[in-house]
Design a protein around this ligand. Structure first.
Ligand SMILES: NC(=O)c1ccc[n+]([C@@H]2O[C@H](COP(=O)([O-])OP(=O)(O)OC[C@H]3O[C@@H](n4cnc5c(N)ncnc54)[C@H](OP(=O)(O)O)[C@@H]3O)[C@@H](O)[C@H]2O)c1
Length: 326
């Protein structure tokens, strides 16, 4: 029995699954721990069978690897799938990453992504981070051309401030925004070591609502902290990207870990996994379209989807709000 349901915004024709799938974790062993390509493909195919249609990916995830694995996994199911890839983070032979939203770079990037995904078009093409070196007018002009050529269907922005988004919208239609958002990071100042120029709940929510555009929260489970399996003395593998998240490592970690334990306690009282409480807290918000949770295997994926079988009781919402505001 399928339990998935779908959300719709004015600027995107297709209804999108309330729970999507984030592909950063399928980048390969050099970036996250505990997954193989075989298991990633199985997880994505299980997601599709369970009604997930929104897949967020980026060229830079595994330096092309995540797009290739997503492409392999969706064979035979293209028409059911909404692919949201990105542009604007490029890398050199030594894998040094830089921002580039220039038209020439976009031309190279779209061709490479289509090839890796082995598809004719990408549904949503998102500018991954702002590029201060490129005039957004030129970026949008190029993205509009890609739309006219049928290589992309919609344009989205991730990690853009409201001012930057308004500027982009001046030159073309923006259909979505994506940003850091979870129970413990509602208006965060930074992501890993990068300062954020937007306040998700305070600024981005009213903006997407007013403009009828989608919002996709990333790191909805705080990269695993908002689950029952995250230990106080966790040890990430040497290459795990979470080593670069100061909030998951001392000295900042203790503050977030203490809060996560209080949330776990509330989930326990309900007899539900913490991951489901964290997901449901997001699902109930109108501004949120598809939650892009990562899942390293089918067990995690199915547990997360099962969140849709129940709602947070009103008194629990009030209790949660008190804990989160403390
Ligand atoms: N636009 C951007 O700049 C940006 C930035 C970051 C992420 N994203 C997107 O957002 C997606 C999700 O974000 P994220 O990967 O940073 O964090 P996340 O979704 O908050 O956390 C995912 C991790 O949580 C753990 N997990 C998931 N379900 C679980 C369960 N049921 N029980 C126990 N553990 C569970 C897994 O890690 P372990 O099992 O290894 O602990 C998993 O890899 C990414 O894949 C990417 O598509 C976008």
């Amino acid at each position: 029995m399928k339990i998935m349901f779908y959300k719709k915004v004015d600027k995107i024709k297709e209804p999108l699954s309330a729970i999507g799938y984030g592909c950063w974790g399928i980048s390969g062993g050099d970036f996250w721990s505990g997954t193989t390509d075989e298991s990633s493909i199985k997880t994505i195919q299980t997601a599709i069978k369970n009604g997930v249609n929104f897949f967020d990916v980026a060229p830079v995830y595994g330096f092309g690897h995540a797009e290739e694995i997503l492409g392999k996994s969706i064979k035979g199911n293209r028409s059911k799938i909404f692919i949201a890839s990105k542009c604007g983070l490029v890398w050199d032979d030594d894998r040094n990453i830089s921002n580039n939203l220039s038209p020439d770079s976009l031309e190279r990037e779209i061709n490479a992504s289509l090839k890796r995904l082995d598809v004719d078009y990408i549904d949503l093409y998102q500018c991954h981070w702002p590029d201060p070196q490129t005039d957004i007018k030129n970026t949008m002009k190029k993205l509009n051309e890609l739309k006219d050529e049928g290589l992309i269907k919609y344009i989205g922005l991730t990690n853009f401030s409201i001012e930057e988004a308004k500027m982009a919208m001046y030159f073309g239609e923006i259909s979505s925004m994506q940003g850091l958002y979870n129970m413990l990071e509602r208006n965060p100042d930074s992501y890993h070591n990068i300062p954020l120029e937007y306040k998700t709940e305070k600024e981005v929510f009213p903006f997407v609502k007013k403009n009828g555009i989608a919002f996709f929260p990333y790191s909805p489970l705080f990269q695993g902290l908002l689950t029952d399996s995250f230990g106080e003395s966790h040890n990430f593998d040497k290459n795990d990207v979470r080593n670069a998240n100061p909030k998951l490592n001392s000295p900042l970690f203790d503050k977030y870990y203490d809060k996560s334990l209080k949330i776990r306690e509330i989930a326990k009282e309900l007899g539900k996994p913490t991951s489901q409480l964290a997901i449901n807290w997001l699902v109930q918000k109108d501004e949120i379209t598809s939650i892009i949770a990562g899942a390293q295997n089918t067990e995690q994926l199915l547990q997360n989807i099962e969140a849709l079988t129940w709602n947070i009781p009103e008194e629990t919402n009030e209790k949660l709000e008190k804990v989160l505001e403390e």
